[in-house]
Design a binder for this molecule. Structure first.
Ligand SMILES: Cc1cc2nc3c(=O)[nH]c(=O)nc-3n(C[C@H](O)[C@H](O)[C@H](O)COP(=O)(O)OP(=O)(O)OC[C@H]3O[C@@H](n4cnc5c(N)ncnc54)[C@H](O)[C@@H]3O)c2cc1C
Length: 382
């Protein structure tokens, strides 16, 4: 039932991997960044994003006419896994490069594509996701934010929450109600808008997470006047568009590699204290990572074919999130008994941050229970 096709890496992918590794090691050696766990959410550095854009590593699969580089999905996979493995500061551009850009490519007008995609590919334009609301998370169709037509465009009113990176982003894609639900069918009458976050009436306030990092926000829209061309895609098609966007959001290597930098950093000291128990724990992590990687590559291949593999993406995220929890728990076990004085520089901080970020893995991008529901539906069990 769940078929994950094989995605092959070509020789250029290997060259690309070597280039990225060399770039990252130079940057790290020169103090360009300090590795961080969960870097794609917590470590935002617009300057670093611009450097990646200059290398041609953002918008890498998009057509050249929109500032992209027309390379295959396999190359994008190489870029993302190398950046995650290094714990590089990629949060500024991550959402724009991973989903908003591809979403605009699919649903945007020519003007929207020409205006925004080249800037994302250059690492100069960042975006946020405006789906969740205080009373509408898993039950996304319960959103209250509304957009009403005016003579010149739309007026947007409502409150979005947990909007990652909205405080440094240029745009947010907002899901809003544009016409009433049809009885119990609340998925109709929803539309997506590409909202310029500098518009009057937009108010962004930071929310601190468990680790005291201000990476997400509450974003308030008080009668924000939007131009007519802020509508993204088709009026009333917002639900279907969101579901496609979530397939991009859920399946990538960030769903199982957020703590790899902790493992990499710990390996030398684990090796010095190797015993059967420690070797077994590390071996089990690596075996599971290998399987998840193969599955995530399969989803990338389906995206390459133009499909929207929402259920397979849910499978990757569900398993990936469990693995993330397991990696951190196993590492804590493996490191127990090894004197702190022998730990490599930075390991304590990396491990602490990975632990503090764990609760968010199974929430952001859809909770484990919701993902299991999607999988059960595909299997005809709901
Ligand atoms: C770090 C982080 C970053 C985020 N970034 C963004 C962002 O950028 N943009 C954005 O729009 N949102 C973002 N979110 C919000 C995220 O998508 C929601 O937290 C998520 O969808 C869950 O919604 P909720 O928090 O309202 O929890 P609820 O939906 O209230 O769920 C609470 C609990 O009830 C369970 N539950 C709910 N419904 C069911 C059901 N039908 N069956 C079984 N169990 C159920 C859930 O699984 C969960 O365990 C982010 C969240 C986090 C933690």
């Amino acid at each position: 039932m769940f078929q994950f096709p094989r995605l092959a890496f070509d020789a250029q992918a290997d060259d690309l991997r070597a280039q990225i590794r060399s770039f990252l090691s130079t940057e790290r050696a020169s103090g360009g960044f300090v590795p961080q766990a969960d870097c794609w959410v917590s470590a935002a550095d617009p300057e670093f994003s611009r450097k990646l854009g200059a290398q041609g590593w953002l918008g890498i699969t998009w057509p050249k006419e929109y500032g992209g580089h027309a390379r295959p999905m396999a190359h994008r996979f190489v870029v993302t896994e190398e950046l995650l493995a290094a714990g590089a500061p990629v949060a500024a551009h991550w959402i724009a490069d991973r989903q908003t850009g591809s979403h605009i490519l699919q649903y945007g007008t020519e003007e929207q594509k020409h205006d925004i995609l080249p800037r994302i590919a250059a690492g100069e334009c960042f975006t946020a996701i405006g789906m969740s609301e205080p009373q509408a998370g898993s039950d996304l169709a319960a959103i209250k934010t509304s957009a009403k037509r005016t003579d010149t465009g739309w007026v947007l009113s409502g409150r979005k929450i947990w909007s990652t990176g909205a405080h440094f982003s240029h745009y947010i894609i907002v899901l809003a109600r544009t016409s009433p639900a049809e009885g119990r069918n609340r998925q109709v009458g929803l539309s997506q808008f590409l909202v310029d976050l500098s518009l009057p009436g937009v108010d962004i306030s930071g929310i601190r997470d468990l680790g005291d990092t201000p990476h997400f926000n509450e974003t308030l829209f008080e009668d924000v006047e939007l131009p007519g061309d802020a509508l993204l895609g088709t009026e009333g098609n917002g639900w279907a568009q969101c579901m496609g966007e979530l397939a991009l959001e859920r399946s990538g290597p960030e769903r199982f590699l957020t703590s790899l930098i902790v493992l990499e950093t710990a390996l030398p000291v684990i090796a010095r204290h190797a015993d059967d128990r420690r070797a077994g724990e590390v071996g089990s992590i690596l075996a599971n990572l290998r399987v998840l990687r193969r599955m995530s590559l399969g989803v990338a291949e389906l995206l390459e074919r133009g499909e929207s593999p929402a259920t397979l993406a849910a499978v990757v995220k569900e398993m990936g999130n469990r693995l993330e929890n397991d990696v951190v728990a196993k590492l804590r076990n493996v490191l127990a008994g090894i004197p702190r004085g022998e730990w490599p520089d930075g390991l304590g901080t990396l491990l602490r941050d990975a632990v503090l970020h764990l609760p968010s893995n199974t929430l952001r991008g859809g909770t484990t229970e919701i993902l299991r529901g999607i999988i059960a539906r595909e299997m005809g069990m709901r």
